[in-house]
Design a protein around this ligand. Structure first.
Ligand code: G3H
Length: 482
């Protein structure tokens, strides 16, 4: 209601992707408002984080490991009390269906608990003393400084926390700006943050990205830019830092993960996995399958089965039973997807499924486009929404060449009966991307597995284990044998 933290300044309304009737007209539902912070508050936040890192009362970076863990445990206990409200906000703010909203919350709690356990293991290891050439050393991992965390709207809780939590537990201090959609759901946690961490350790900024992140970067006080989102935002922010070459980056960016369906694939399995891979959360996942290559011998059967399966999905409100397709949080997305469809059709593709491209309020029914060619925008763009380009291939070299030429390199899904026997192909694939999924769709989890990408898809790695290393540096005290 704009009264957060006794804020008396300007506020901005927050709208839902879900329309309701207001004065006889259906409109995006107004959910509340948030403070519109600007340069002065942004600079104050980064100064507070800097102060808490260098000279903070709580001495966060030098606090005993057990005490930092205890702060994190207090936080997660308080966070669990807010589950019902946060799950409801996930549904209303970003239109994520109920099971997936619950999963996002529970997965985040598990991520925090696993991070605590992994950190304890790391700390036990650092107790070992080393001796080389008469020099004793106690090697351990230490923090990097102030981290600016920016998470995406498709996982506004989980992926923001996958950056923030490992950064904090390693002893860094942080400024974080909630995602544009999925911002209200941070508000039930404000007290938990305040009561669990010393002043200045976690600084939360509400406001437009440009209004708050730009002045923060210009101060030069950010040591790590941690962002999951679009490379254009990462590049723009990095460029604002006065010493951008010294800035540490932890980035999860775009991807265009392909599915490759070999002639001997189990087509029912491939269809089911491609449905989950292309369309869970309406295709708004960096790990989504964003292009399908099907061998020409089986293309007709695969296309028919796949198009039918897309049209058999249920569209509805997030809290309705068995709903997979839901309203899209970005108001401009249906028109953008329509533009991709129009471009593909003008260049010779057709929509294979009857419902494909039909609109209703903030929603467009997923369109399966075939045959897609490389001059089409839907082939070159990371669509991040409900439209699925399908191409055929004669020889496996065709999709492999496309992957080699692509700017992205996150994951691939390979479907075929004997895929496990295709060792040379799998070796080639794993050198083009970072994860090869055999007879299954692409995904990030389980969170103990490395989550990263090659080329423009990522910088750094974000599993529970790896994130602790991404947000730290190895340090030691050496003493001579005398
Ligand atoms: O949007 C990118 C996310 O990392 C996707 O995560 O595969 O668990 O849905 P997910």
């Amino acid at each position: 209601n704009g009264k957060l933290l006794n804020w008396e300044g300007e506020t901005a309304d927050v709208f839902s992707s879900i329309h309701t009737e207001v004065d006889g007209e259906r409109k995006p539902t107004r959910l509340g408002s948030i403070p519109s912070l600007g340069e002065a508050e942004a600079v104050a936040a980064v100064d507070a984080a800097h102060q808490a890192y260098e000279r903070g009362q709580g001495l966060w970076p030098t606090m005993k490991v057990a005490d930092r863990i205890s702060c994190m445990q207090t936080f997660v206990t308080k966070m669990k009390e807010k589950r019902e409200l946060i799950v409801k906000l996930l549904m209303w703010e970003i239109g994520k269906n109920h099971p997936d909203s619950q999963k996002e919350f529970d997965r985040t709690v598990e991520y925090i608990l696993d991070t605590i356990e992994d950190y304890k293991d790391m700390d036990r290891d650092s107790a070992k003393f080393h001796k080389e050439a008469g020099i004793h050393a106690h090697i351990r991992r230490g923090p990097l400084g102030v981290v600016l965390c920016l998470g995406p709207y498709n996982y506004p809780l989980n992926e923001t926390f996958c950056l923030l939590i490992p950064a904090l537990i390693m002893g860094n201090t942080a400024v974080f700006k909630p995602a544009k959609h999925g911002v209200l759901l941070i508000t039930p946690l404000l007290e938990a943050f305040q009561e669990s961490f010393p002043p200045g350790v976690v600084n939360i900024l509400f406001g437009r990205g440009r209004a708050v992140a730009t002045p923060i970067m210009k101060t030069g006080k950010v040591n790590v830019l941690a962002l999951i989102g679009h490379s254009s935002s990462a590049n723009a922010l990095q460029a604002l830092h006065p010493k951008q070459n010294r800035l540490r980056l932890v980035l999860g960016l775009e991807a265009k993960n392909p599915a490759i369906i070999l002639p001997d694939a189990d087509l029912d399995l491939a269809v089911a996995e491609c449905i989950a891979g292309t369309l869970s959360f309406n295709g708004q996942r960096c790990t989504a399958l964003k292009v399908i290559y099907v061998h020409e011998n089986i293309a007709e059967t695969f296309n028919r089965k796949f198009a039918q399966a897309v049209d058999a999905l249920k569209f509805g409100l997030p809290w309705e039973e068995r709903v997979s397709l839901t309203p899209l949080p970005e108001p401009s997305k249906p028109a953008y997807i329509q533009g991709l469809i129009d471009d593909a059709k003008a260049k010779g593709a057709s929509i294979l499924n009857e419902k494909g491209g039909t609109h209703s309020e903030n929603f467009i029914w997923p369109a399966v486009l075939f045959p897609v060619t490389k001059d089409m925008e839907v082939y070159t763009e990371e669509q991040f929404g409900p439209v699925i380009p399908v191409l055929t291939f004669k020889h496996i070299d065709e999709p492999l060449d496309d992957m080699a030429e692509s700017n992205y390199g996150q994951q691939v899904s390979l479907f075929g009966k004997e895929v496990k026997a295709l060792a040379p192909l799998i070796d080639t694939l794993v050198n083009l991307v970072c994860r090869v999924n055999l007879n299954s769709s692409c995904q990030r989890g389980p969170d103990v597995y490395p989550f990263t990408g090659r080329k423009d898809s990522a910088v750094g790695t974000l599993s529970v284990h790896d994130a602790l290393r991404s947000f730290s540096i190895r340090t030691f005290v050496a003493s001579k044998d005398n």
